[in-house]
Design a protein. Structure first.
Lengths: 237, 360
């Protein structure tokens, strides 16, 4: 599905949150040339608005009064791939994982800054817009040629094991998006490994040693504690 | 003794008399029967001291009957040939009842006294708790209100029409104040929630095998906006195995330790993180070149709302280290602090390399 634009070329954002103060703040912060906003204050209201308004991005609060936020994501995913960014509080790591596993694209921990929110919204929009089969991925000193399976840092080719390469390619195809442990394990090692998180830790650690300048301060593959990993896209200058 | 039921007490009375009778049987060849009354009186005194008034009086009566039956001629009958023994019986009963009453009274008084002093102790503890809670409440409301005062003040200045007259520099300054204080408030509320989770015993560890380098990396990434360009030296052994721990909580622990070091040590000085292992334990130390902590106060460092006295006000909540302690102990580990020889503070965390399955 490609994002739709209204006559002014704005991206449409649907906010589903029961807190009036937060809707008011988001409305003020996001309404602009770039975005037009629609608001819903309940899960059911959000679901019908998602169908009627056809948003390009949905901002979804997990703590809705009438319906579990995870359920809202599942129902949206039955018919739409629209990016869903979950808004939740700090103590809900398990909920974040459940939301991502149910098909959410990203999450933001309340309270968040507008800069952070805009960056997530734009990243989500970029992912839906971008060409599915771009052959070369670049981020800072990291360059991956996906057709030839070559990986370079600072113009020097590095050797990855097949598993490390598969893992890196998975991150690249979901660049900027959080992947939960179980999503990665299922994709790379198969369903049987879904609980074997040490396999993932070791592979991530090895991959970082090869592609990060300082593996203890990773810039490309960052850890979201308790949730998963994210491949950050750095400016290529 | 007060837990005994009535029936048990009378059974004890009976046993005391039986015991006295056995003793008397042994000394019978050497004493005239009248003197044996003394042995029975001893049983009455013991009953009064240990069992209370009624069982003691019962002891006196059973004692008289036993004495009459076993020792007053003709033996092994209840009949009495020498009527003088009736006087002995009467005297024994009277003395027995008086002793019972007196001893039992003393006993009750001492029990009452113990009860009163227990009550007084409880009242004292409650009062101390109340004082502590009031002090905590004062401290919390102060920490909550201070940032709110700045936020409300700054925003009201910007919101009012008067705000239009402010220079752009002043407006910028006010906005930054409001933003920084909102951040501080957010951290404080987070700390309060963590602390209350610890105190309620509501910490559910989500233990997974973790890469310690990754853990350190997460903490450093979270601290980056607050640390500026301070140097952080991380020393990790190569080939460290995965350690089972709760990544989210332990990241929080390291962030709190780094935040403390960052607040108390001068910005030019480096912060050092060292990781080492032995067979059973993972050791992580965070060291700074700050002022350290006066030796007698080291032990109090992990107490709730404890803050070291420093001349310039440091915006801490006094909760960071006690949260660290709570989280580390939830892992079955320990945390300690010591001053460094060349100045500064080292906090050491010790975590088990194998975590017990219970409590997960």
């Amino acid at each position: 599905m490609t994002p739709t634009h209204d006559s002014h070329g704005q991206h449409r954002i649907l906010v589903i949150d029961d807190e009036a103060a937060i809707r008011r703040f988001l409305h003020a912060a996001l309404s602009s040339e770039e975005f037009s906003l629609h608001e819903a204050e309940s899960g059911h209201g959000g679901l019908s608005a998602a169908a009627a308004f056809r948003p390009d991005v949905i901002l979804l609060d997990l703590g809705l009064p009438d319906m579990d936020g995870i359920e809202v994501i599942r129902r949206i995913r039955e018919w739409s791939d629209v990016p869903v960014i979950v808004l939740s509080v700090r103590e809900q790591e398990d909920d974040k994982v459940a939301a991502l596993d149910a098909g959410a694209d990203d999450y933001l921990t309340k309270p968040f800054g507008v800069g952070e929110l805009l960056a997530r919204i734009r990243a989500a929009l970029r992912r839906t817009l971008k060409h599915a089969d771009e052959p070369v991925f670049r981020s800072d000193e990291l360059m991956v040629d996906l057709t030839l399976r070559h990986v370079y840092t600072d113009e020097t080719e590095i050797q990855l094991t097949p598993t490390e390469y598969d893992l890196l390619r998975l991150f690249i195809t979901h660049a900027g998006k959080v992947l939960t442990h179980s999503q990665i394990l299922k994709q790379i090692w198969g369903v049987a490994y879904q609980e074997q998180s040490q396999v993932l830790r070791v592979t991530i650690s090895n991959l970082r040693k090869k592609i990060e300048r300082d593996p203890s301060r990773p810039r490309h593959i960052t850890t979201e504690p308790g949730v998963g990993y994210r491949l950050k896209i750095q400016d290529c200058g | 003794m007060k837990s005994f039921s009535d029936a048990t007490r009378y059974l004890f009375s009976f046993s005391l008399v039986a015991f006295a009778t056995i003793i008397c049987e042994f000394i019978r060849p050497y004493l005239v029967p009248t003197n044996m009354v003394m042995i029975y009186l001893l049983a009455v005194v013991i009953a009064a001291a240990k069992l209370g008034r009624r069982p003691a009086i019962a002891t006196a009566f059973i004692g008289v009957v036993a004495f009459d039956f076993f020792f007053v001629p003709p033996r092994l009958t209840f009949s009495v040939t020498d009527k003088e023994y009736l006087v002995t019986f009467f005297g024994f009963i009277v003395v027995g009842v008086i002793i019972s009453s007196l001893v039992a009274k003393v006993r009750e008084q001492s029990q009452e006294q113990a009860r009163l002093s227990r009550q007084a102790e409880q009242t004292r503890i409650l009062q101390a708790q109340y004082n502590l809670e009031r002090a905590l409440l004062n401290s919390i409301s102060h920490d909550l209100r201070t940032p709110l005062v700045s936020i409300k003040g700054a925003i009201s200045a910007l919101k009012d029409e008067e705000g239009d007259r402010l220079s752009s520099h002043a407006r910028r300054e006010l906005m930054e104040t409001a933003y920084d204080e909102a951040e501080r408030l957010n951290r404080f509320v987070g700390n309060l929630l963590d602390m209350s989770r610890i105190e309620a015993g509501a910490i559910r560890l989500k233990v997974e095998p973790c890469d310690i380098q990754e853990l350190v990396g997460c903490a450093l990434a979270a601290m980056e906006p607050r640390m500026g360009d301070r140097e952080v030296l991380a020393e990790l052994p190569a080939g460290l195995t995965l350690v089972p721990l709760d990544m989210v909580l332990m990241t929080q622990v390291l962030v709190n330790l780094l935040d403390n070091a960052n607040k108390y040590a001068s910005p030019q000085s480096p912060i050092e993180i060292r990781v080492s292992t032995d067979d059973d334990w993972l050791h992580i130390t965070v060291s700074d070149r700050g002022p350290g902590v006066p030796e007698p106060e080291l032990a109090r460092l992990f107490d709730k709302f404890y803050r070291i006295a420093v001349p310039e006000r440091v915006g801490g909540t006094g909760l960071g280290l006690s949260i660290c302690k709570g989280f580390v102990e939830a892992h079955g580990g320990s945390i300690s602090a010591k001053n460094r020889d060349a100045g500064g503070l080292t906090i050491e965390i010790r975590l088990p390399m194998q975590i017990s399955r219970e409590g997960i």
